[in-house]
Write a new protein. Structure first.
Length: 204
């Protein structure tokens, strides 16, 4: 899951993730072993790929988990950022963990062909990033956050992971394709939940 968003009232919170994970179902979601909520509004078309998870916890923390897959370190979302070519971002895949120093190769959203759940698909409206010589995404990372670190405890939302590709013969996915956060928020008709909504005095 990437970021916390809300519709209308700030208390009406959802988790934001990829839509292709739930294209054929609307399951219950657990943060082991606790019940988290229900998948709603899954979108999966050639140029949309997002879903909302309705949280049952009104006190749900707005932070993202950073670090390796076993980490409990958190960063609070401060706002959004739209990186240009050559800028670097971090990824937060649930299987790969945090990967930073991923360089934006094409900041203009375009169409890419890659594998999703065992099938080759073409998806549009995506931005490409790369970290040469590193596996930066793998199956199961979809829906995770793309972000920029800000200070010691904050982060700015950049997008959500949609897929990955390889430019090497060994097949390691050194490319990531993500949908920019502004487009995802517009697709779902939601707003990003940030520290400005919860505790503006701590935002910096």
């Amino acid at each position: 899951m990437a970021f916390t968003v809300f519709k209308g009232e700030v208390a009406n919170k959802y988790g934001l993730t990829a839509g292709h994970c739930y294209k054929n179902s609307r399951p219950s979601v657990y943060s082991t072993p606790h019940y988290f909520g229900q998948v709603q509004d899954a979108q999966y078309t050639s140029d949309r790929d997002s879903a909302l998870i309705k949280s049952v916890d009104d006190n749900w923390n707005l932070s993202i988990i950073t670090g390796d897959v076993k980490s409990h370190s958190q960063r609070t979302i401060r706002g959004t950022w739209k990186p240009g070519n050559g800028k670097q971002v971090c990824l937060g895949g649930s299987f790969t963990g945090e990967v930073c120093e991923v360089t934006i190769r094409s900041s203009t959203p375009r169409c890419y062909e890659f594998e999703v759940q065992g099938q080759e698909v073409t998806r549009c409206g995506l931005v490409a990033g790369q970290k040469i010589g590193s596996r930066i995404v793998q199956p199961g990372d979809s829906g995770g956050p793309v972000y920029r670190k800000a200070g010691s405890s904050f982060a700015d939302a950049v997008g959500i992971i949609i897929g990955g590709g390889s430019t090497t013969n060994n097949g390691d996915r050194d490319m990531v394709y993500y949908r920019p956060i502004a487009q995802v928020l517009n697709d779902q008709g939601v707003e990003l939940f940030t520290c400005h909504n919860e505790a503006p005095e701590v935002c910096s």
